[in-house]
Design a protein around this ligand. Structure first.
Ligand SMILES: [Zn+2]
Ligand SMILES: [Zn+2]
Length: 108
């Protein structure tokens, strides 16, 4: 192994750790209803970027915003057509928005 590969191998765990730490999210409140846990961060809704599942649906049903979700403990990008819903057992589910809505936008 050459020198730079050795250095990289030694530093890699630390780099990965700090990248993950930067994306770590503490549980925060939804900035819209202030009642529920936020699970969505919207990069286009400034300054109130944090949404719970319900407020996200209300706010983004008809918008194509750049959203991320942290339901798995880290932020992952969400397609503008994907909604996060909470099922009856409190588990998060991803659900695609109806494409009917988009075909209506295109027609009008
Ligand atoms: Zn909310
Ligand atoms: Zn938004």
């Amino acid at each position: 192994m050459d020198q730079s590969k050795k250095k990289w191998a030694a530093l890699r765990p630390e780099i990965v750790e700090s990248l993950l730490t930067a994306e770590y999210t503490e549980i925060q409140q939804c900035q819209h209803c202030r009642l529920k846990r936020s699970i969505i961060r919207c990069k286009d809704c400034i300054p109130k970027q944090l949404y719970c599942a319900d407020c996200d649906i209300l706010a983004h049903e008809r918008k194509l915003h750049n959203r991320e979700t942290n339901v798995k403990g880290f932020f992952q990008p969400l397609s503008p057509t994907t909604l996060v819903k909470v099922d009856i057992e409190g588990q998060f589910q991803f659900e695609e928005k109806s494409m009917l809505f988009f075909s209506r936008i295109i027609k009008s």
